[in-house]
Design a protein around this ligand. Structure first.
Ligand code: FAD
Length: 394
């Protein structure tokens, strides 16, 4: 067992960390105040990050991506946690793994432009009536003929779609009928601007300001046959399988990074702030909050690294990732809550970013599967597998 990072990994972490500190951090307050990231600024950070090879690092090198292993990707994603969602998306890209199922013509039309950053993609599963129950969607696609060629017609709606405004195309989960007339779920790549495809309102959120979350409506949207991603009826499996690593990276690793960032600020403040003639970091109750935060961050971090290592070994890490999702998201929640407490009134005041981190952290327990859903998955597995789930020797 070797827990050390090699020189290349350290250099990569350092490059990402410096880029965030120098190029992204200075934009955060403006985004928070205005509620959006200006297009010209997004273009600048995108170009600078791309020039450094920091865009689409999770994608295969032969397709123009960074070709990082899962562990290396996680090390970068942990650093991404030090900045805000919309800046991560524009600087480093959000090229979703399901796109790797593109074949033939699809590679040139959707996959490569996404990796190059020429086209942005969002993932759309959730509907107003189907959240945790992602298989309960109503959006459906029916086979049809368009200009004499095989195709589909799409009807339904989605909501809470992150980055919808910036996206050029969408991975849309939809019900389809198989030959036996049974309902299945398939995945389609749907370009913005197709007839019948309209974008609804931006659903304002408690945190992660700057990232738009949109409603989408599909009213008899004609889709070419080539828009079907993967095999017919395999959309749910495809999305859930590929999104496992997304959950580990974008929720697990980023939550650890965010909690670490906040913890550093807590320690600095505990050293600086004086009350009753001494620094507040000398009070045992403050020390306990710091100690608990450090313990929990370290536990979550090693769970994230271990799950990434498992993926790199070709192992099935679904259960570990479910555990990581809960552990990392809830650690972040506890750490930011303690941060507000340690900062006192300044933790609640908008002059410092602590209250923003508190608001931004809340969603981590909800998206990519709520804590309750992951706990029930874990509980079912532990009932089935017993000690194999918590003892490496079994
Ligand atoms: C900021 C933000 C960004 C998002 N981005 C995207 C996106 O880009 N694409 C996308 O497709 N979706 C996105 N979502 C949707 C997100 O994934 C869902 O909100 C999430 O899956 C929860 O679904 P829900 O909100 O419908 O809650 P519900 O499923 O209605 O859950 C409500 C409550 O019931 C609990 N619950 C539900 N079922 C069970 C059960 N079986 N056992 C125990 N408790 C249960 C939940 O844990 C929760 O506490 C986003 C949401 C937000 C808020």
């Amino acid at each position: 067992m070797d827990f050390s990072l090699n020189d290349e990994q350290k250099m990569m972490i350092d490059t990402v960390r410096r880029f965030i500190a120098e190029e992204l951090k200075p934009l955060e307050d403006e985004i928070e105040d205005q509620g959006f990231l200006a297009k010209e600024k997004a273009q600048v950070v995108h170009e600078k990050a791309k020039a450094l090879g920091l865009y689409g690092m999770n994608m295969p090198a032969e397709l123009g991506g960074g070709g990082l292993s899962n562990l290396d990707r996680i090390l970068c994603e942990e650093q991404f946690g030090h900045t805000t969602d919309i800046l991560i998306r524009r600087a480093f890209g959000n090229v979703y793994e399901p796109l790797l199922h593109c074949k033939g013509e699809q590679v040139e039309r959707w996959l490569k432009p996404a990796i190059e950053g020429a086209r942005t993609c969002a993932i759309t599963i959730t509907e107003s009536g189907a959240g945790s129950d992602a298989a309960g969607i109503k959006t459906h696609a029916k086979k049809t003929t368009i200009d004499g060629k095989d195709g589909w017609v799409l009807n339904g709606s989605k909501h809470f779609i992150s980055d919808g405004e910036w996206s050029d195309f969408f991975l849309v989960s939809a019900r389809t009928d198989n030959a036996a007339g049974e309902k299945e779920i398939s995945m389609f790549m749907v370009d913005k601007g197709l007839p019948g495809f309209t974008v609804g309102k931006d659903q304002k959120m408690m945190g992660i300001r700057g990232t738009p979350h949109l409603e989408l409506f599909f009213d008899n949207v004609p889709l070419e046959a080539v828009t079907l991603l993967g095999a017919e009826g395999q959309g749910f499996k495809l999305a859930m399988g590929a999104l496992n690593v997304v959950r580990l990276a974008q929720v697990g690793a980023r939550a650890v990074g965010k909690a670490s960032h906040v913890c550093e600020l807590m320690v600095d403040y505990a050293n600086e702030r004086k009350q009753f003639g001494q620094k507040i970091g000398d009070f045992q109750m403050i020390q306990q909050m710091l100690a608990d935060s450090v313990i929990e961050i370290n536990a979550a971090r090693w769970m994230v690294y271990h799950a990434a290592w498992m993926l790199d070994q070709g192992m099935d890490a679904r259960e570990q990732i479910a555990m990581v999702k809960v552990q990392a998201a809830e650690t972040l929640g506890r750490v930011v809550d303690r941060a507000v407490q340690i900062f006192g009134g300044m933790g609640f005041c908008k002059e410092l970013p602590i209250e923003r981190y508190y608001r931004d952290a809340r969603i981590y327990r909800i998206f990519d599967g709520t804590s309750e859903i992951h706990r029930s998955v874990i509980a079912k597995m532990v009932m089935k597998k017993g000690a194999a789930l918590f003892d490496v020797n079994r």
